[in-house]
Design a protein around this ligand. Structure first.
Ligand SMILES: [Zn+2]
Length: 105
């Protein structure tokens, strides 16, 4: 859809990529693996990052204090920061490729 309206797609963020149990620390790919990679390949773009499925992201976000505020040094915050860095790089590389926006009365 974005391609049809000439909105550049910077990449794919795979959400709920890996379940992380906060009790024992084990991890499981409960929704499978490779989904983000296959979508990125299908649409000729990149995977910007993968966000884990953790209780803390939901709890902190719902409380109005997201991970990057509550736990700025935590692994979730570092993941968000890495994704933001890749988005910034992709935006920088795509300067001028965006849609033309015009206004009419
Ligand atoms: Zn567990």
């Amino acid at each position: 859809m974005f391609r049809k309206v000439n909105v550049p797609v910077l990449g794919v963020v795979e959400n709920m990529s890996l379940y992380h149990c906060e009790n024992c620390g084990h991890e499981a790919a409960i929704f499978g693996t490779g989904g983000g990679d296959s979508i990125a390949e299908e649409y000729d773009t990149q995977v910007l990052g993968r966000l884990p499925l953790t209780l803390s992201i939901r709890e902190l976000t719902d409380s109005g204090r997201p991970s990057v505020v509550s736990e700025p040094e935590g692994s979730v915050s570092q993941t968000f920061a890495a994704i933001a860095q890749k988005v910034a790089e992709a935006v920088s590389a795509n300067q001028g490729d965006g849609p033309t926006i015009s206004f009419s009365e």
